[in-house]
Design a protein around this ligand. Structure first.
Ligand SMILES: [Zn+2]
Length: 460
């Protein structure tokens, strides 16, 4: 399999001569609800993991939570709660949403605030090597000391300085030196350290967790394109300086970003679509197929009409699974299966080309529809359809996440409310009230008016 490595700017053959693949993916800062951009990144790395597992590897997948930083502190202050409570609440919803998106859970979700010991160990070592220094604001990495700083983003220190909007800080030796540790400010959460109370800088946590749980040199490090600089650049320089082992990660995989029209989806622009709102409107399969219909390195434009059209595509696939029986024609069915499976694997081997893999699934659908119409038993083909879909995390067998529930709810509620008004017209109030009571118990509220009965789902 070939994967594009941001570090070398080329597709590279994965020649991992071993059973285990160590994969670290940068996670979220749980200061608010997660948006569909986060869903895109997690689905991409979920499919990479599923495909590697399909190829027989055991993937050790670690994903962190940045549960303390400026955004966490500001948001907690606004809500008048502790950063720990804020983190716990948002992490719980995030993990729920990941499950609803049918993402396999990572083996471990370490949190920055629980890894302070390892973080301090790395910073102390960097200071002792002369690669970091302590001033009143905290501890900083001395970027000038490392010759290959900038190798991931391919920028020289001079480019970085002229391209950055960082104001000159009199206390830093070089304006590009970045914080490993931040000294305590009043009212902020803090931990004891050899440099007084404070908290970790952003980048150091990922080095600490990756090294602690996966080793000095890992196979795949992932995240969104926007993390290349400064986050991943700084992770590399501090990790390789600490361990003395190069490379910190063999392959760097970055997904393209989700856009709203021509803008990046971001909280500061105010064009956020939350994962939970998308999950309310569309099925998991349709959302995943929409995300995977575009190559993971390209930007993806959020488009609800396109997600809607994926519902229809998914239904086409599930409908075919209902066909049963027919005459056995081993030659024809195995020929079709072999060709389509090969094409699917070729597509996925080619830098995880999911749009081509999905096209192959629909080619298989076309073949099987034809064979079925000729009266041939397609059970083996249906089995392959399920297995290939599963690699993309599309669950064709589970009808509950298959169909958008609103689509059924609307006509169903119409039937129920009509029956109930008939009962009321016939003065059978007891039964009419029972319908209302039972619906209320499952979270649906009925409101009678002169125009008729309206219904709505009760918000918790
Ligand atoms: Zn990270």
């Amino acid at each position: 399999m070939k994967l594009y490595n941001t570090l070398t700017r080329q597709e590279e053959e994965l020649d991992f001569n071993k059973q285990d693949i160590n994969m670290y993916v940068c996670g979220v800062t749980p200061y608010s609800s997660s948006h569909i951009g986060h869903a895109m990144s997690t689905v991409v790395f979920d499919v990479l993991r599923r495909y590697l597992e399909f190829k027989g590897f055991k993937v050790n997948h670690i994903q962190n939570f940045t549960d303390v930083d400026d955004k966490m502190i500001q948001a907690a202050k606004k809500l008048d709660m502790s950063t720990a409570d804020l983190a716990n609440n948002n992490i719980e919803s995030f993990l729920n949403e990941m499950a609803l998106l049918n993402n396999l859970p990572a083996q471990l979700y370490p949190r920055a605030t629980e890894e302070i010991e390892k973080i301090i160990e790395i910073i102390e070592s960097l200071i002792s090597k002369g690669l970091a220094y302590h001033n009143k604001d905290g501890v900083y990495f001395r970027v000038e000391k490392v010759l290959d700083y900038g190798k991931l983003s391919r920028r020289t220190l001079k480019d970085m300085i002229s391209g950055s909007r960082i104001e000159i800080d009199q206390n830093k030796e070089n304006s590009m030196d970045f914080a490993l540790w931040k000294s305590e400010k009043p009212g902020e959460p803090s931990w004891d350290s050899p440099w007084g109370k404070g908290r970790p800088g952003w980048h150091i946590e990922c080095s600490a967790m990756s090294i602690k749980y996966l080793g000095n040199s890992i196979d795949i490090h992932g995240g969104g394109l926007d993390l290349i600089f400064p986050h991943h650049e700084n992770e590399i320089v501090q990790s390789e300086s600490f361990t003395g082992e190069i490379p910190f990660s063999k392959i760097w995989v970055h997904n393209g970003l989700l856009r709203m029209g021509s803008d990046k989806m971001s909280k500061s622009v105010g064009n956020i679509v939350l994962i939970r709102d998308v999950l309310d409107k569309f099925s998991t399969n349709a959302i995943r197929m929409f995300i995977l219909s575009s190559h993971y390195r390209s930007p993806l434009e959020y488009n609800e009409d396109q997600i809607k059209s994926k519902e229809i595509s998914i239904k086409k696939l599930t409908k075919l699974l209902e066909n049963t029986g027919g005459k056995v024609d081993f030659d024809q069915i195995s020929y079709v299966c072999q060709i389509r499976q090969e094409q699917f694997i070729n597509a996925m081997d080619d830098d995880l080309n999911t749009p081509r893999a999905i096209a192959t699934i629909f080619d298989l659908h076309k073949d099987l529809t034809r064979l079925s119409s000729e009266g041939i038993d397609i059970a083996a083909g249906q089995d392959l359809l399920n297995r290939l879909s599963d690699i993309l995390g599309l669950d064709l067998k589970n009808k509950n996440i298959e169909y958008n529930q609103d689509e059924f709810l609307e006509p169903l509620m119409k039937i129920l409310t009509n029956i109930r008004s008939e009962l009321r017209n016939k003065k059978e109030f007891e039964l009419a009230d029972k319908i209302r009571f039972d619906l209320y118990n499952i979270g649906i509220n009925l409101e009678d008016s002169l125009e008729g009965t309206n219904w709505n789902i009760i918000d918790n």
